[in-house]
Every structure is written in structure tokens, then in C-alpha cells.
Design a binder for this molecule. Structure first.
Ligand SMILES: [Zn+2]
Length: 200
């Protein structure tokens, strides 16, 4: 075979949660029937991610709304995975979809996305394509901006737009605890990546 002289490009990518996640989850309850319990799990994941130094201070998870069963968890892996799209929400969507064998996470029944911070512009865009029927957030958009993360341009009426698409939005659940994860990351000198900075 003539190897030729044409371009060689990568042909697959993979993302993996850090090794501590599976044993950490094994020590948690089997289900998370209340919104409070779901947010606490996600903030626990984000906090441990900061403690372990395994990525940015954001976590997300997909839950079956009827039972509180956890379908998938996501963490921000942008820096360790060299992947700009590896936000916690996107990782959770990918793992839940590949775990269930469907891109439409809501096909078997209503599911919720629970996030430690309100979504950035990219993740906001992905939410209607994911099949979730509820978005629950802890820290606010401005809490992430306050420590230097760029959330991108979002329409000011984004919660109303999601609601109009049939996706219920619940904001600011345990916001104080959500902010604490962000400030702990900032205080520890965590990497606040921002590729826009390299353009200017
Ligand atoms: Zn995002």
C-alpha cells in the first residue's frame, strides 16, 4: 500500500471521567429523589473535582425525573482532555447518550439536567437537542464570570426560551454552595482557561 502524501488527521476522540469518580459515586445513595439531593450530588462532584485537581470547577448530571436515578455524570475536562467542548454538561450528554444507546435522552421518559453552574452559550445551545425536559442550576452565570470564566453570548431571555420549548428551568438552587465551589477553585489558583485570550 502506498502511504501517499495526503493529510493525516485524528479519526476518533474519547473522554473519560477521572478514576476517583466511580468509587466516589459508589459511596452515594442509590437514587436522588429530591431536587435538593440531585444538586447536592452535583456540587459534591464539582467540589471533589476541584480537590483532586482533575479539571475545571463544574459538574453536571442527568437524572430520571420520576425516580431520581442517576443516568450519567459529567465533569469539566477541557484542560485535561485538550477538548474545548468538554464542558460538564456536554460530557454528561455524551455519556448518557452512549450509555443508553440513544441521542435523545428523554426517549425512555422525562430526564433532568442538573448543573453546578448555569450553562454557557455552547451548553445552552445543546440543551434543546439533548432531550432533557428540565434544567436545574446552582451557581448563577455571573458567579462563573466573577472568577474569570467566559460564559459567551446568551440571549437575556434564555430561561423563557427553554420554557417555550417545554424545558422547565430552575435556577439558583443552593446557589451559595455552588458559588463556594467556584471560589475554592479560584482561591486554589485553578486554571481559568480562555482561548479568546490567545486571539487578542
Ligand atoms: Zn458549557
Amino acid at each position: 500500500v502506498n502511504p501517499g502524501t495526503g493529510p493525516t488527521v485524528p479519526s476518533r476522540f474519547s473522554l473519560a471521567l477521572p478514576d476517583w469518580v466511580a468509587p466516589w459515586l459508589a459511596s452515594q445513595p442509590a437514587t436522588f429523589p429530591t431536587q435538593q439531593a440531585q444538586v447536592e450530588l452535583v456540587l459534591g462532584l464539582a467540589g471533589e473535582h476541584v480537590e483532586q485537581g482533575t479539571g475545571g470547577p463544574f459538574a453536571a448530571a442527568i437524572f430520571v425525573r420520576a425516580t431520581g436515578r442517576l443516568l450519567a455524570a459529567g465533569l469539566n475536562l477541557v484542560v485535561p482532555a485538550s477538548t474545548c467542548i468538554a464542558h460538564a454538561e456536554m460530557v454528561a450528554f455524551a455519556l448518557a447518550g452512549q450509555g443508553s444507546g440513544s441521542f435523545d435522552l428523554g426517549a425512555p421518559g422525562p430526564v433532568a439536567l442538573v448543573a453546578s453552574t448555569e450553562p454557557c452559550a455552547m451548553c445552552l445551545g445543546a440543551i434543546p437537542w439533548s432531550g432533557v425536559s428540565q434544567l436545574v442550576c446552582s451557581a448563577r452565570d455571573e458567579d462563573a464570570r466573577a472568577i474569570g470564566f467566559d460564559e459567551g453570548h446568551k440571549p437575556p431571555d434564555w430561561p423563557e426560551d427553554l420554557a417555550a420549548r417545554g424545558i422547565e428551568v430552575v435556577r439558583g438552587v443552593a446557589r451559595h454552595a455552588g458559588r463556594k465551589v467556584l471560589s475554592r477553585y479560584a482561591a486554589a489558583g485553578g486554571h481559568v482557561y480562555n482561548s479568546a485570550a490567545t486571539r487578542g
